[in-house]
Ligand binder design. Structure first.
Ligand code: ZN
Length: 343
């Protein structure tokens, strides 16, 4: 307690100001001050924009549960690449809708598959755009599971690895800058690394969906990618939401198998996992701000229940603050626009 002289009128009084509290509000008084001391800064260069690519020409079909997101035909991709460049968004993550589906998801690893063609179109349009490809079979199989289904209705882990590896190699051969296995088969990163290396693609990095939970937040995506399982669910291979320590073991294993980047998916309901992963591992960390997280914000904003723009930036800031280096988000373009316009 330090005495201080204070003049009130002509009287001189001595008051005792408590020093036991701190004045945090000093640094909140103006926008300039707040920005100076901000601990987390969103940057459009952290964003990866997911794209759904489909066969046909002139297709730009809006996804009902994801307003502002589209299934696009390949001829639409050059414009997309141009817009992303203008907005300083450096990367896309490609998902494909095949012409037809079969039990083994053969279009996933066809050299003229939808994603392979899309990679070539995007790299033609902008060689500097980082084109990342999703490696999984669920969009391509008629049963909608992420791998080969056995007679007993189970997904056969080890038999699936070979098809995933073929998929990754064909995508990288088409020019993909990075492959991202999302299937949650055990050993997938090791299988992809070995196959890529054996094909002379040792420079192609792997972003592994390491901690991918069996989440109901994927609902809108399954409509967008037409990949809902025809029977059962994915709880037999994706992670169980109550488990966080297991996520750290998954991430550790993926890094040991050769993952260059590891991912936590979804983001918002798993920020604790993201934060623990950040503290434990030094590898670059990605978070997938998934379709359901996008749809919730959009739906509430459309109803006038919250300020969609403010919530978008708050959500993305929280994901970055929790430890993500890379944010895969359907908000990439609009958030980049907001960040640009706020400068
Ligand atoms: Zn899948």
């Amino acid at each position: 307690m330090s005495p201080r002289r204070r003049y009130i009128g002509r009287r001189v009084t001595t008051t005792r100001l408590p020093t036991a509290f701190k004045r945090f509000r000093r640094l909140r008084r103006s926008e300039a001050l707040r920005r100076l001391v901000a601990e987390t800064r969103l940057d459009s260069r952290d964003f990866v924009y997911p794209l759904f690519v489909t066969h046909g020409r002139g297709v730009r079909a809006e996804i009902a549960s994801m307003p502002g997101q589209y299934q696009l035909s390949i001829d639409q991709l050059a414009a997309e690449a141009r817009e992303l460049r203008e907005l300083n968004v450096p990367a896309v993550l490609l998902f494909g809708l095949p012409a037809s589906k079969d039990p083994l998801g053969s279009e996933a690893y066809a050299s003229d598959g939808i994603v392979q063609d899309a990679v070539r179109a995007l790299k033609d349009a902008d060689p500097e755009l980082c084109v990342i490809t999703d490696v999984c079979l669920c969009e391509y199989t008629d049963h909608g599971h992420c791998g080969i289904v056995t007679g007993a209705g189970q997904v056969d882990n080890d038999a699936t690895l070979e098809l995933l590896a073929r998929t990754a190699v064909s995508q990288a051969e088409a020019g993909a800058d990075m492959v991202a296995p999302s299937d949650m088969m055990d050993g997938h990163t090791a299988a992809l690394r070995a196959a890529l290396d054996a094909s002379g693609l040792e420079s192609t990095p792997i972003m592994a969906y390491a901690a991918k939970y069996a989440s109901a937040f994927y609902g809108p995506f399954r409509v967008a990618a037409e990949s809902a399982p025809a029977f059962g669910d994915r709880r037999g291979y994706q992670m169980d939401p109550p488990n966080a320590r297991e996520a750290l073991r998954e991430i550790e294993a993926e890094i040991e198998e050769g993952a260059d980047i590891v991912m936590v998916k979804p983001a918002l309901a798993y920020l604790d996992v993201l934060s623990q992963a950040r503290q434990r591992f030094d590898a670059p960390l990605a978070a997938y701000n998934v379709s359901g997280e996008y749809a919730m914000v959009k739906a509430a904003a459309q109803n006038g229940w919250l300020d969609g723009e403010q919530v978008t930036l708050e959500v993305l800031t929280a994901i970055k603050r929790s430890g993500a280096d890379i944010i895969i988000t359907y908000f990439a373009k609009e958030a980049a626009r907001m960040l640009r316009d706020s400068r």
